[in-house]
Design a protein around this ligand. Structure first.
Ligand code: GDP
Length: 287
């Protein structure tokens, strides 16, 4: 049974506090943060305890969530202007795969040619990460700039942007080193990466994305918050949306730090990336 059907079963014909607590638990169980679960159950309590009208209950929950479910669209690319997409996130969330998926999507819908893109593999601490991006670059026929093992990631980013300018690329997609958001020194390195990028491109030509694993529950809130304190994060990308998580990360993160959502990762293939759509998401979340 879906979230709303569950709530209706409990709200129907009762005004007890116990049942409101149960509604709150259901909202928590659907992946929403405690503060969101609380505000939605309060809104329901105010209006509908004792009522059993499915549509009214659905509307109340939807209206509460709607302002927190915000799509983000990539900035248009300008010819002859270098543009950077900088992807952040803790290890294993899906950054490298998402770099490849975005490039695939942009080439497929003819936003940009493959020749005008460059991958930058700046995770010089993990050979596997660089190798993985190289595999994607080969498969998609996109140029890649990679550093040597142990090299300062900022130096790799600097050199990749110089290279991109020389080669007249329009878009550089940077796969950053997977960072624990709780490690201050590592986070400071990301801040340095950001400063280096800003030396090469205007602020409006740089977009930063935090990639989160849609199945990681409430951890994703702190990840997004911590990255967003380093420098402004433009949008989140919710990877592994196909993994059974509810997508609760999307309203949770917006509530915590006003970061909208650009894409959903829906599988391991290059085609498994969807532009985020508000109404479609709400339909699925509330079904
Ligand atoms: P990174 O360490 O953040 O760069 O993460 P990776 O891109 O290497 O992804 C880690 C694993 O998650 C890989 O096995 C990917 O194939 C897988 N993965 C990434 N995105 C998705 C997704 O949207 N759905 C599924 N099912 N798997 C994904």
């Amino acid at each position: 049974m879906g979230l709303i059907s569950n709530i209706i079963t409990f709200v129907k014909g009762t005004e007890s506090k116990k049942n409101i607590a149960e509604v709150e638990d259901m909202l928590l169980g659907s992946g929403l943060s405690p503060s969101l679960a609380f505000s939605i159950s309060k809104a329901l309590q105010r209006s509908f305890i004792g009522a059993s009208k499915r549509d009214d209950i659905l509307r109340t929950v939807r209206e509460t969530l709607q302002p927190l479910v915000v799509p983000y669209t990539l900035q248009p690319l300008q010819p002859d202007t270098l543009h950077v997409l900088f992807l952040l996130g803790v290890n294993g969330v899906g950054k490298t795969s998402t770099v490849a998926k975005i490039a695939y999507m942009l080439a497929k819908n003819k936003t940009i040619t493959k020749q005008s893109m460059l991958f930058c593999a700046s995770d010089t601490f993990r050979t596997a990460a660089v190798e993985q991006l190289s595999v994607h670059a080969d498969a998609l026929d996109i140029d890649i700039y990679k550093g040597t093992r142990g090299q300062d990631p900022s130096a790799v980013i600097y050199a990749s942007l110089e290279h991109a300018k020389k080669e007249k690329k329009t878009l550089v997609l940077i796969d950053s080193a997977g960072r624990m958001n709780t490690r201050k020194d590592l986070m400071q390195q990301l801040e340095k990466n950001y400063r280096i990028i800003q030396k090469h491109v205007k602020v409006e030509e740089l977009e930063t994305f935090v990639v989160v694993d849609g199945n990681s529950g409430l951890n994703t809130i702190n990840q997004a918050k911590d990255f967003n304190t380093l420098f402004p994060v433009h949008a989140m990308i919710c990877a592994k949306y196909d993994g059974g998580g509810s997508g609760g990360a999307i309203p949770n993160i917006y509530e915590a730090c006003s970061i909208p959502c650009a894409f959903l990762g829906t599988g391991e293939g290059y085609q498994d990336l969807m532009a985020f759509e508000r109404e479609r998401f709400l339909d699925e979340f509330l079904s």
